[in-house]
Design a binder for this molecule. Structure first.
Ligand SMILES: NC(=O)c1ccc[n+]([C@@H]2O[C@H](COP(=O)([O-])OP(=O)(O)OC[C@H]3O[C@@H](n4cnc5c(N)ncnc54)[C@H](OP(=O)(O)O)[C@@H]3O)[C@@H](O)[C@H]2O)c1
Length: 292
């Protein structure tokens, strides 16, 4: 088993995909206050991508940091690139496509640094596996980004084992993580070998949409989470985090909530040691089928 990179040293990463929708945080001072409160809680990793709000999420965050520059040295930033959304497609086809070409990645990283107003990303991820990815030239560009100091660590997102191993083989430095969709509602990576392959290769698992984008507490699972809250004192969001962190390798949830009560519940859940029987009961309810 490879030694795991301790890429993200925090119980949770805060996802910024929905920042542009948070109108109450658009004023730089308000957002700076919000960021500062998160740092005081020990939550100092923030997940961005060039496509979030078509660059607006990074720009809003950058404006807050410009207002309060002392925060920059207290936080860690992740960004991702390689998805070109349909709105940015200049071809006649109106198509979303992936671009992992070295030139595109370099321009994307420079754009994120400029919008965020920082000189370095703590982690840069290839956002989605690109079937046209040419591993050798991509690896050379990623190494140049590290050597130039623009990026501290490289990772991937939504990659299968063969996809990350091809890139890893060409790269001089270790891939730090794979950011994948994982929650009580999306459990496939626990049963198709992805989780085990990440442990074996030493990639930290970052779990995106840990609350299933807001669907976690619907239907029978919501009822069971409430019952478990009565028994344990841990809230539904906290239980969802505890469930994720019980998985070997201790995945780090990338939480998309901006609600302070939900964030506090999530943080408390990261300290909660879930029993095996509770873990399987939640799995069974979420999948709607008995554990055989
Ligand atoms: N790598 C990738 O391909 C990829 C893809 C998608 C996302 N991500 C990353 O993952 C992060 C999290 O994704 P996500 O936002 O989908 O995650 P999430 O944490 O599963 O969902 C958060 C959303 O659900 C809402 N919500 C949670 N509980 C709710 C409830 N009981 N009732 C109503 N609404 C509720 C939250 O609203 P409140 O703010 O009101 O709590 C928020 O809008 C993103 O910000 C991004 O950084 C990565």
């Amino acid at each position: 088993m490879a030694e795991q990179n301790s890429a993200v040293a925090a119980p949770l990463v805060l996802g910024m995909m929905r920042l542009a929708e948070q109108k109450h945080l658009h004023a730089p001072a308000q957002l700076a206050d919000w960021i500062e409160r998160r740092i005081q809680q020990g939550l100092n990793w923030f997940d961005h991508a060039d496509i979030y709000g078509d660059g607006r999420c990074e720009s809003l965050f950058g404006a807050a940091l410009a207002q309060r520059p002392e925060l920059k040295s207290q936080l860690h930033l992740i960004s991702k690139a390689d998805i070109v959304k349909v709105a940015r497609d200049s071809s006649p086809w109106n198509v979303t496509y992936y671009d992992s070409s070295p030139d595109y990645l370099e321009v994307s990283v420079n754009g994120s640094l400029e919008r965020l107003g920082v000189e370095r990303l703590d982690m840069f991820l290839l956002h989605r596996p690109d079937p046209l990815l040419d591993a050798e030239p991509v690896a050379r560009m990623l190494e140049r980004l590290i050597q130039s100091g623009k990026v501290a660590q490289i990772g991937v997102s939504n990659f299968t084992p063969e996809q990350w191993r091809l890139l890893q083989q060409a790269l001089g430095s270790r891939l730090s993580c794979n950011q994948i969709e994982l929650s009580l509602r999306v459990t496939t990576p626990l049963f198709d070998g992805t989780s085990e392959a990440m442990q074996r290769d030493g990639l930290q698992m970052l779990a995106w949409s840990p609350l299933a984008g807001g669907r976690l507490e619907e239907e029978g699972l919501g009822v069971m989470l409430q019952e478990m809250q009565d028994q344990t004192g841990c809230g539904p969001v906290g239980l969802a985090m505890a469930w994720l962190r019980r998985i070997p390798g201790t995945p780090v949830p990338v939480l998309g909530s901006f609600n302070e009560a939900r964030i506090a519940d999530a943080l408390a859940g990261c300290q909660f040691d879930m029993r095996r029987s509770d873990w399987f009961a939640l799995l069974e309810m979420a999948r709607g089928q008995r554990v055989p």
